[in-house]
Design a protein around this ligand. Structure first.
Ligand code: C6P
Length: 404
């Protein structure tokens, strides 16, 4: 039995009041709250273990290194990667994609080549590719979607060709909640020998991720959206690909030998990890993954799916409600507008009722243009949200609607 009341006790912030009202935190797509287990493990490391990793022969350095590398193993298990050399620690999804766009671009992309991204990508999975295409004289092409917010695979089929170098696609849209058929996308791209990057920022917190089953070539996610600390993320890459790519940044740790004439690079994954890593954050991330794994990703998914279905039904009953994203496969993200109430007004008034939602373009301006709007209000759920909180959101929206 998934006991959400018990789970909530692990998150001290959830018992806060905002403007004298109990906090209803529905901005989990932006970042999730942290359980005690994560924060306490990090405090413990700073108090009792702290030392730089991979550098010292002394006890503390070795202990910190062991924790850091155990975290890599925890990530490997969480996304079901084949080997620890395929797990590169970064600062987050954004840095993971920038790393890949730079390195992949340097090695694999030439003038006249094409890079495919979907219309529902976050800016993090658009701009780095745009910058690289500009540098290389390549072309960025956009995979369209239906009005329901489903990726058009038939269009993708027609876009793949001998000039395509990589396909970049989010597994879950941070605006529409669409769960994209990335396994299908991978199969289609692989027929042309084209690798696929899956942006897992919004999927890793909500579902079992198995990169070997997806057969994707690259996968990126952020620690802070999976109940872990800020400042740490992951780029997974198949070893065969990572071996072929040049480093992203130079510095300590990523080298094998440095002379004035020439530098040789470290083995995977260290070739991509220049400088002191945020080893306390990687430990925190491991604790977060341990936490969700103990609850069971399947149980979390079942809980959140039930909550999303309930919210879609209840929100749908509100007069003037327009929900964006009607895909069959829908994750725990709901974007909406009510009548002609501006999204910012709705967000601000809900905030005064203690309800935290996100408003605006959600870092997906091209998608907003496709939808013909400037922004939406977005409620996004996590493992600790309850049906009572959905009711509070519905009641809050009704209250705002009455004011207008
Ligand atoms: N989306 C949201 O409120 P970072 O900032 O690097 O941790 O994650 C970037 C990112 C990449 N891809 C997707 C699909 C995302 O949703 C995000 C972050 C947050 O929707 C903050 S803008």
């Amino acid at each position: 039995m998934y006991d959400v009341k018990l789970v909530r006790e692990d998150f001290p912030i959830l018992s806060r009041e905002i403007y004298g009202k109990p906090l209803v935190y529905l901005d989990n797509g932006a970042t999730t709250q942290k359980p005690r287990q994560v924060v306490e493990a990090m405090v413990d490391e700073y108090y009792n273990v702290n030392a730089n990793v991979h550098r010292g022969v002394h006890f503390l350095s070795q202990q910190a290194t062991d924790l850091h590398e155990a975290s890599r193993e925890a990530v490997r298990q969480f996304i079901h990667a084949r080997s620890m050399s395929e797990i590169v620690f970064t600062r987050g999804t954004t840095e993971s994609i920038n790393l890949l766009a730079f390195s992949f671009g340097e090695a694999m992309v030439h003038a006249g080549d094409e890079v495919l991204v979907s219309v529902m990508e976050h800016h993090s999975n658009i701009v780095p590719w745009q910058m690289m295409c500009e540098r290389k004289g390549a072309q960025l092409r956009v995979i369209p979607m239906s009005d329901e917010g489903e990726l058009q695979l038939d269009a993708l089929e027609g876009m793949l060709n001998e000039r395509t170098r990589i396909v970049c696609c989010t597994q879950v849209s941070n605006v529409l909640g669409t769960v994209n058929p990335v396994k299908e996308v991978v199969k289609m791209a692989h027929k042309w020998g084209v690798p696929v990057l899956v942006d897992g920022a919004q999927s890793a917190p909500h579902m079992v991720v198995d990169v070997q089953d997806l057969d994707c070539d690259f996968f990126a996610f952020s620690g802070h959206k999976v109940y872990g600390p800020t400042g740490v993320g992951v780029l997974y890459g198949k070893e065969t690909w990572l071996e072929q790519l040049p480093p992203y940044q130079g510095g300590g740790e990523m080298i094998q030998k440095v002379t004035w004439e020439r530098t040789t690079y470290n083995q995977l994954p260290y070739k991509f990890e220049a400088g002191t890593p945020d080893y306390v954050a990687t430990h925190g991330l491991a604790k977060a993954l341990e936490y969700v794994s103990a609850l069971g990703m399947e149980n979390i998914e079942t809980h959140e799916q039930a909550l999303t279905r309930y919210a879609l039904k209840r929100l749908g009953e509100i007069e003037g409600m327009q929900i964006f994203g009607k895909a069959n496969e829908h994750d725990a993200v709901i974007s909406f507008l009510v009548g002609n109430i501006h999204h910012l007004d709705m967000g601000t008034l809900l905030d005064h009722l203690g309800i935290a939602v996100r408003t605006g373009h959600h870092c997906a301006e091209p998608l907003m243009r496709r939808l013909g709007i400037e922004g939406t209000v977005r409620a996004s759920f996590a493992l600790y949200n309850t049906t009572e909180e959905v009711d509070a959101l519905v009641e809050g929206i009704e209250q705002v609607r009455r004011m207008f």
